[in-house]
Design a protein around this ligand. Structure first.
Ligand code: NAD
Length: 476
């Protein structure tokens, strides 16, 4: 694999590479160039040169490239999904969904490109007024490893449709799928320099993208701490920022909830992608009156989840993506154990057996009876561990749910219109689901409140986040 700069596939200036490993087996599945500051500057130069032509094209001509790429991505879904599973670890059916999700996003922005690009106002006393929308210029995109294809789509879909050029940095543990997707975009007709991919570490490539003053906007997805650093690095050049950061989504199960449906909601909400989703269910609040029954049913169901290599048939949950993430989750569980907090009902350790020895596996884990101030509630747990607490009713549930520095997603499971009204009003989150959790269609604005981020991606207004308005006042 190479860097993509100005339409050419090149080695990094350093000449060095880093290995990408399959988290299920530990095997090296590819090498990626170890880019650095010089490579970013090179990519920025290419993106700057490409901007004049790309931004001058008609929006529908730009978006046509995305549409053609989406078709090809769908055609090659099987291979792309296998690559995604190999580097990221998720079960193959989740990878197939994610690759389709990337194509959906590109098609969505293709459809939006037909829409209005500006406004006209006839303001008495001022004259005829035109509000033009213009692309910003070069945009930086820094993405994590958990949903690399979807998050790449959320960034390049609106950025490229709006007429910007992009320098994108994938995560070091999942750069291969992003690079393949970029290759497909190139083959679909994306001109050289419009999308540049620089692989390498956050400390070098990521920070240079945040700092380089020629990059007018940075869209970052990752941890809140890293987001803070990106904001500081971007501050001197007063760049536009979109920060999609961590979450600790609460799920509230009321006494009138459809219990089997809510059990399935937890299984998908918490254990999808081995719990490594920003909007995963990370805290469960169950009404006391139904807690025993709910936890009993949930435990039986969770114990049926087959853990293993995402390529194997029947596997419901793969490994974690990287060792640092696995160690952090293990530490969080051990801390609860050492503090004598709560009870591990199931899981709490790596699965045993030869097939698990080389991979980064951890069992689906439920911890109940925790005090509300447990670190398992206050920290983001980015893995397959679910802390559970009971609540007396919706007022306490909302209060507990909001007691977090994060505010990304939240869900309430009930049949009561009154409870739905109170929860949707009271929960502090960018997205509130009722009787579901996790789904984010391309049409909806997505982002967090509080320390979960700044700005929104996805949906039609994401285009505006990649555009600047210029007003022209004409007195005739
Ligand atoms: P991370 O912050 O460690 O890394 C994200 C990206 O930033 C990687 O490409 C990394 O190399 C790069 N990076 C690291 N240090 C950097 C720096 N100083 N400057 C610039 N770039 C730097 O996050 P991660 O572990 O890859 O991802 C997991 C986190 O992402 C979780 O907190 C999760 O909740 C969050 N996330 C949020 C969303 C959302 O939309 N809100 C979506 C997915 C994941």
């Amino acid at each position: 694999m190479k860097l993509l700069i100005n339409g050419e596939w090149r080695d990094a200036v350093s000449g060095k590479t880093f290995s990408v490993r399959n988290p299920a087996t530990g095997e090296v599945i590819g090498e990626a160039p170890l880019g650095g500051e010089d490579d970013v500057r090179w990519a920025v130069e290419a993106a700057g040169e490409a901007f004049a032509d790309w931004s001058a094209r008609r929006p529908r001509d730009r978006a046509k490239v995305l549409f053609l790429a989406a078709e090809e991505v769908r055609r090659r879904n099987t291979d792309l999904a296998a690559l995604l599973t190999a580097e990221q670890g998720k079960p193959i059916r989740e990878a197939v969904d994610e690759i389709n999700g990337f194509a959906n996003i590109l098609e969505y922005y293709h459809a939006l490109s037909a829409g209005e690009q500006g406004e006209f106002m006839d303001l008495r006393g001022y004259g005829r007024t035109i509000v033009q929308r213009r692309p910003l210029g070069i945009c930086g995109a820094i993405i994590p490893w958990n949903m690399p294809a979807i998050i790449m789509g959320w960034k390049i879909g609106p950025a490229l449709t709006a007429g910007n050029t992009v320098v994108l940095k994938p995560a070091t543990t999942a750069p291969l799928t992003c690079t393949k997707l970029a290759e497909i975009l190139e083959d679909a007709g994306l001109p050289p320099g419009v999308l540049n991919i620089v692989t390498g570490s956050g400390e070098t490539v990521g920070r240079e993208i945040a700092r380089d003053p020629a990059i007018r906007k940075v869209s970052f997805t990752g941890e809140a701490g890293t987001g803070r650093q990106v904001a500081l690095d971007a501050a001197p050049a007063l760049k536009r920022l979109t920060l999609e950061l961590g979450g600790s989504d609460p799920m509230i199960v009321c006494d009138d909830a459809d219990i089997p449906m809510a059990v399935e909601g937890v299984v998908r909400g918490r254990f999808y992608n081995c719990g490594q989703v920003c909007t995963a269910v990370k805290r469960l609040y169950v009404y006391e009156s139904v807690a025993d029954e709910f936890i009993r049913r949930l435990t039986s169901r969770v114990e049926t989840i087959v853990v293993g290599n995402g390529m194997d048939r029947g596997v419901g949950m793969g490994p974690l993506n990287n060792r640092a993430g696995l160690e952090r989750v293990m530490r969080q569980v051990d801390t609860a154990r050492e503090r004598g907090e709560g009870m591990i009902i199931t899981g709490g350790r790596a699965p045993r057996g030869e097939e698990y020895e080389r991979g980064l596996f951890f069992l689906p884990t439920l911890v109940a009876g925790l005090p509300h101030d447990s670190p398992l509630f206050s920290e983001e747990v980015f893995g397959p561990v679910l802390p559970i607490a009971t609540v007396s009713g919706i007022d306490e549930a909302i209060e507990r749910a909001n007691h977090s520095r994060y505010g990304l997603g939240a869900s309430v499971w009930t049949r009561s219109a009154d409870v739905i009204a109170r929860a949707t009003e009271g929960l502090e989150a960018g997205i509130v689901w009722v009787n579901q959790h996790l789904k984010i269609p391309p049409e909806v604005p997505f982002g967090g409140t509080k320390e979960s981020g700044i700005g929104r991606e996805n949906g039609s207004r994401a285009l505006e986040e990649y555009m600047e308005e210029k007003v022209v006042l004409i007195r005739l």
